[in-house]
Design a protein around this ligand. Structure first.
Ligand code: GLN
Length: 314
């Protein structure tokens, strides 16, 4: 079936699928530990699916803006790989899922050599932020923003000041992770400067269509099918997508691989970025989170669509 006609069919089906998934929102909660996220509309749910020919299927609260949060970690990882190379990146961060919460400290002390297990947990992403080239936190942030803007095809993309400030003011857990890493000499730079870069890339504000556009580049192995430009080396995308399968949905990644079967990354804002290889980039928002920190309705919606359309890669 041609992707275009599949998208037309999906567009017809989305209203019913969304209504069914939206019923789950009362079972979750918005992320309260970052004050700037707590007030997000709990019952919101939206999705945008973008094809390589530029056609979309979209429904629900797609106009809602939200912050990338942990979704940004996939892209800072690729930037670090592009700028520093695999050997440098993987000397400071591992390749294995933890099975623990995304902000857990447990294994840092428990398992030698004390480097974060992977780049998608907070400890790993903070280390990755320290690897972004630049002489100051401002330069590093600008480098990251330039990369995100190019991928999202939106030069106006920026971070949300209020969410950034509210996370920075309350990030006791991330600070303790970062100081621990500094003590272990995994982190060499100034802790507050690294965290400043990290909080800002987590606070980049997007909509579902930005996520779908960024995901489309991953679906096409680093090429932007809408402009024909090569934006990311294939190897970096391959590494990122593998981490998305093994660690992208935190300690629910195994379940997501079984139920949905697509590379994905979620954030505590309730966003999920996922893709169908060679076909679609997908952005979802649903701020009500389950106990693992994933969008409760968003995961349900993706499971429905993937099951109905047989999208699982496995
Ligand atoms: N900025 C958030 C944090 O560091 C990102 C976490 C997430 O989305 N899981 O806690």
């Amino acid at each position: 079936m041609e992707p275009a006609s599949e998208l037309d069919r999906i567009q017809q089906l989305l209203p019913d699928w969304l209504a069914a998934s939206r019923r789950l929102t009362p079972t979750g909660k918005t992320a309260a530990y970052i004050p700037g996220l707590a007030a997000a509309p709990r019952d919101a749910l939206g999705i945008t699916i973008l094809g390589g020919d530029g056609k979309t299927a979209s429904f629900g609260d797609c106009a809602l803006s939200f912050t990338l949060q942990s979704i940004s970690k996939v892209f800072t990882l690729m930037l670090a790989l592009m700028e520093r190379g695999e050997d440098v990146v993987f000397s400071k961060v591992g390749m294995e899922p933890t099975g623990d919460d995304f902000n857990s400290m447990l294994k840092l002390e428990l398992v030698e050599p004390g480097i974060p297990f992977n780049p998608l947990i907070n400890a790993g992403a903070i280390v990755v932020s320290s690897m972004i080239p630049g002489n100051s936190p401002e330069e590093k942030t600008e480098r990251i923003l330039a990369f995100f803007r190019e991928l999202a095809a939106d030069p106006a993309l920026d971070y949300n000041r209020e969410v950034y400030r509210s996370e920075s003011a309350t990030a006791h857990r991330n600070r303790s992770l970062a100081y621990f890493l500094k003590d272990n000499r995994v982190l060499e730079d100034d802790v507050e400067e690294v965290l400043d870069v990290y909080f800002k890339h987590c606070a980049v504000e997007v909509t579902c269509s930005h996520l779908a556009r960024m995901a489309l580049v991953l679906a096409y192995d680093g090429n932007d099918p809408l402009t024909g430009r090569k934006l990311i080396p294939q190897r970096c995308v391959q590494i990122a997508k593998t981490f998305m399968i093994t660690c992208g949905m935190y300690n629910a990644s195994g379940e997501f691989a079984i139920r949905v079967g697509l590379p994905a990354k979620s954030g505590v804002s309730g966003g999920i970025l996922t893709l169908v290889p060679g076909r679609y980039g997908i952005g979802v928002i649903g701020p009500s989170l389950n106990s693992k920190g994933n969008s409760v309705a968003g995961v349900h919606l993706l499971e429905t669509i993937s099951t109905e359309l047989k999208w699982s890669m496995f």
